[in-house]
Design a protein. Structure first.
Ligand code: PLP
Length: 362
């Protein structure tokens, strides 16, 4: 860690690799020999065209995206796509299946209900406070649905899908905001994958969408032009001025991921980091984790003590230890450590030391 920086466990926007931050600083006044900052640059310039094309190509290479998928950058973050997905994909039968395994998948379902003829609740773990991922047997899928929607990693509750549900010929659409590029995924098993980029890839305001070509071109008439996937695909995501700086950051972060060995290396590091926390949590009973062990996220680790007072004290002590953002989401309480790609293993090890000290002192 560079001098003066702390281990930031924020769920998003969250840490970026220091190598990338330094690169941004280095290029900030004069980007690609243009004599101007990327912040000031026309999105129609040759330099910027090279940046967005490199970002797309990097995503394709790093995630091993098949040739029949398009890679788009869209405004409005993941929440924008909660609305844009039904508008673009839900215009055949008008039926879509939503699996609700946490807060964001519930948000997507609510948006779906506004635009679809029939947004079905095809599975939910709400009755169990979202402490697990629904099993295949618990799903009630409709074969006529235009798509099945799920949230791959539940940022707030700290669970992750460990299997890809069988949806027959119905395309599966996954919100991967908080796990994108944290490990390899088989893109060909999904109709579409999308993510707000501020968890693992860049600053906020941008969504990445990876979508199978045959799902383009049937949007509802009410679809805002900037969220019409087919139009944006035709225009290389530049129908209007795109979020130029976040796209530039995606390019730098994906350059960095490639240099570091790609997603299998990320998976290895992320599993090691998560194991430091979970192994400790499993070895004691001062802190509790409430999520089903088999469904644990390796990106967002939630835990609590026996009382809200102690949780508060734990969170209050973080600054003195060089940490921030360990407070759990208000829906869950307790603590949450978000340990995305850019969180160094040393940061997680230091957190475990603090947890041990705090437990010993109480
Ligand atoms: C953060 C997050 C969102 C919301 O992203 P925005 O870009 O703020 O709309 C949606 N889904 C998941 C899984 C998230 O982690």
């Amino acid at each position: 860690m560079l001098d003066g920086r702390i281990y930031n466990f924020s769920a998003g926007p969250s840490m970026l690799p220091e190598e990338v931050l330094l690169r941004i600083r280095e290029e900030l006044l004069n980007c690609g020999g243009s004599g101007m900052s990327v912040l000031e640059m026309s999105h129609r310039s040759k330099v910027y065209d090279d940046i967005i094309n490199a970002a797309v190509e990097n995503v394709r290479e790093i995630m091993n995206v098949p040739g029949n998928y398009r890679i788009l950058f869209l405004h409005g973050g993941a929440s924008g796509l909660f609305a844009a997905i039904p508008m673009n994909l839900g215009n055949h039968s008008g039926i879509a299946d939503y699996i609700v395994s946490g807060n964001f998948s519930g948000g997507a379902y609510k948006e779906g209900k506004k635009y679809l003829k029939n947004a079905r609740l095809a599975g939910s773990s709400e009755a169990d406070h979202f402490n697990h991922i629904p099993t295949q047997q618990e799903l009630d899928l409709c074969p006529e649905a235009d798509y099945v929607h799920l949230c791959w990693n539940n940022t707030i509750f700290g669970t992750k899908w460990q299997y890809i549900p069988d949806t027959g010929s119905v395309p599966l659409v996954a919100d991967m905001s908080s796990s994108i590029m944290s490990e390899p995924v088989d893109v060909s098993r999904f109709g579409a994958i999308y993510a707000g980029v501020q968890k693992n890839l860049a600053p906020s305001g941008l969504a990445l969408l990876i979508i199978r070509e045959d799902l383009l071109g049937n949007a509802m008439d009410i679809t805002p032009k900037i969220w019409n996937f087919a139009t944006q695909a035709e225009k290389n995501s530049m129908l209007n001025t795109p979020p130029t700086f976040p796209i530039y950051c995606v390019k730098l972060v994906t350059d960095y991921l490639r240099e570091q060995g790609g997603l299998s290396e990320m998976k290895k590091r992320n599993e090691e980091k998560a194991a430091l926390l979970y192994d400790y949590l499993d070895s004691q009973d001062f802190y509790k984790t409430t999520v089903n062990k088999a469904d644990r996220s390796i990106m967002n680790v939630t835990f609590r003590t026996e009382s809200e007072e102690l949780d508060k004290e734990f969170v209050a002590g973080q600054a003195g230890h060089g940490f921030s953002n360990l407070k759990g989401h208000r829906l869950v309480g307790g603590m949450r450590a978000s340990i995305y790609n850019a969180m160094p293993k040393e940061g997680v090890a230091a957190l475990v030391e603090y947890m041990k000290e705090f437990a010993a002192a109480h």
